[in-house]
Design a protein around this ligand. Sequence first.
Ligand code: PMP
Length: 435
Amino acid sequence: PDPSSRSQALARRAQASLPGGNTRTTVFMKPYPIYAARGEGCRVVDVDGVARIDCINNFTALIHGHAHPALVAAATAQIALGSAFGLPTESEIDLAELLVSRLPAVDQIRFCNSGTEAVMMALKAARAFTGRPKIAKCEGAYHGSYDYAEVSLDPGPADWGGNAPVSVAYAKGTPASVLADTLTLPFNDTDAAVALVREHGADLAGILVDPMPNRAGLVPADKAYLEALRDVAHEVGALLIFDEVITFRLGYTGAQGLWGIDPDLTTLGKIIGGGFPVGAVGGRADVMAVFDPTAGKPALPHGGTFSANPVTMRAGLAAMQLLDHAAFARLDAIGERLRRGIDEAFARHRVAGRAVGLGSLAKIHFTERPVRDYRSAWQTPAEAARLARLNLELLNRGVLAAGYGLIALSTPMTDDDIETVVAAISDSLAEVAAM
Ligand code: PMP
């Protein structure tokens, strides 16, 4: 704590009008968070004037970093024409066409304002389409804050039981009916997951899965696991839903392209809004028809005052146009360099640990045991203490990383920036080794 810090003064001021001074649990930090003043490229300057390389990128959303000139131009041009209307605009068609052209499994798309809302719409669409009540999701996987989607987000070892996880409430006050209608699957355990889906199959509307769930360790799902989920979903008459809110940044055709699997529905968010609030659900035309109002009240009516907001749509289109094959190749290359550099730093300082992840995403695990799922990614108190120390050391060395050890790269990062991040991680690990 630095008593002269403007961040500390703001945090104190925030206490009165915001619960705990906080609006997003995810950005809460003790003793107080660092308040951002502005961003440019891959750097954020805080209210005390300290610049850091941003490896959080608003939790993976900012794939072009901050204030990219093309995105600023697209957004400001639209703001000057009006920021929101009680009418549709051409901008939503432009972005929908781009996304549909990149994702073979997505015939049609519908926009909303967050990933949470996208997941909610996907789950409701699966229920509306199948007429069934239950959804399945993986233990430890984060999908935003719709009641059903946050079941079994963070169960501790005392709640693990065997390899058929029980559904555990995340938030106090979660109705028992929510738990009863949510089936929790073990991530990357094909036999156990398939058996559970078969057991509940007659009531199951959809299986929600993130192909590389951040909170469950950022470990890629086995291709065989995802194929088995797809096959068993269809066997029981349920839909396969990919949550690509984060993983769409892994490649031109998202995780579904990398894995070669066509889900029935896909949720998107984050990068597709060019830095503005966004979410979307897309998929098979026969399923997306639940939203279609042309024949009267649809099976699933959905509005949203700011859905398909033109400022978001214009910035999102500009962001996606910048993300061509060359941009993804470069993100892959700097991501590889980062993960290799992290692994070398762990070896150099003889600290147990390594980096996992793919493409522009990396996550640091302070363990050498194989990490395959939420349970094997579970940190011991000593591992958690090392990660916390690493994050603090990084902050003091000019690097912002997310609390869970997540690093998200952006296109403005140069090779030098990556070397700076790797060096900061190495120097920080020297401190961790001495703990
Ligand atoms: N799904 C996944 C995989 C996410 O990572 C997130 C947010 N981090 C969400 C859904 C929810 O998105 P939002 O924060 O925009 O509501």
